[in-house]
Design a protein around this ligand. Structure first.
Ligand SMILES: [Zn+2]
Ligand SMILES: [Zn+2]
Length: 291
């Protein structure tokens, strides 16, 4: 499913790149060139996301017993790096034109083609963000935000270049190109920051940990004394939980183990993608005094 979204985004990115490159060739506008470059980054990003999802989907194996889901973060970091390279090219093309503005041609057709590309991209962004949230996939979500900001940028570029055409203020073209470059840089920063959280074993949000805690307390009522020291970490669509389960000191191992297996199963059902590991303790380890 998530892979379907990645494949779709690759196809759309290629189409949009073609349209934007055409818009640039028709007009010679550096602003439209920078817009096309952003699409080139999109194509590379979609490819990286697709490869990462292929890897992430592989089941746990001997040297990756916790699965391969973190491959998604690696792909998002790669995307961030790519995003840094595009602005350098834009600066190289746009800076000379600040001093010597170049009149543009074929604006009507070029801008029309660019608008068509943005329409396609807008539909794609909406789809990616929806799927990314549904699958808790950082690669898809990063891709979705990327495409969305691409749409906003493109609309700004079309407006600005159109204005330059109407007024003859051709210096607007390189100025817009540089603005796009800055926006691409900011985007790269955001993508990298989000993914580094996952690579650094960031825990689940506090509200979710609290929900898990409440869920466990209800489940153990009458069979164990308390749960404490909940620790979580997330890895793409999967997340991991460790906690201590305090039982009466004379509880048979068989009974405690049965409860653990039940809790692990119930947790995986109530919180999809969550895998729990439970440490059993006798009542001397209790942290609270109330029952
Ligand atoms: Zn403990
Ligand atoms: Zn067991």
């Amino acid at each position: 499913m998530a892979e379907g979204a990645a494949r779709l985004s690759l196809a759309v990115a290629l189409l949009v790149l073609g349209l934007k490159a055409l818009a640039y060739l028709l007009t010679g506008s550096v602003a439209l060139l920078s817009d096309a470059l952003e699409s080139l980054v999109n194509v590379a990003a979609a490819l990286a996301a697709l490869l990462a999802l292929r890897v992430a989907r592989k089941p746990p194996d001997q040297n990756h017993p916790f699965g391969h889901t973190k491959a998604e973060y690696v792909s998002a970091v790669l995307e961030g790096v790519l995003v840094v390279l595009a602005p350098l090219w834009i600066a190289k093309e746009a800076l000379p034109r600040l001093l010597h503005p170049v009149p543009l041609e074929g604006l009507g057709l070029g801008l029309g083609v660019s608008l068509l590309a943005s329409l396609l991209n807008g539909l794609l962004a909406y789809h990616l963000l929806k799927e990314g949230r549904r699958h808790r996939s950082p690669a898809l979500t990063a891709d979705g935000y990327h495409v969305l900001s691409d749409v906003l940028t493109s609309l700004g570029v079309v407006l600005g270049v159109g204005l330059a055409g109407l007024t003859g203020l051709w210096v607007l073209d390189p100025l817009l190109a540089l603005a796009v470059a800055g926006q691409i840089l900011f985007l790269g920063y955001r993508i990298v920051r989000e993914s580094v959280g996952g690579l650094m074993d960031e825990g689940l949000p506090p509200e979710e940990v609290e929900r898990i805690h409440t869920f466990l307390q209800e489940r153990i009522r009458g069979r164990a004394l308390e749960v404490h020291d909940l620790k979580t970490r997330r890895a793409g669509p999967r997340s991991f939980l460790e906690f201590h389960l305090v039982v009466r000191g004379d509880t048979p191992v068989e009974e405690a183990h049965r409860l653990c297996d039940e809790l692990e199963r119930a947790l995986a059902q109530a919180f999809p993608g969550l895998q729990a590991t439970i440490h059993v303790e006798p009542e001397g380890e209790r942290k609270r005094t109330n029952p």
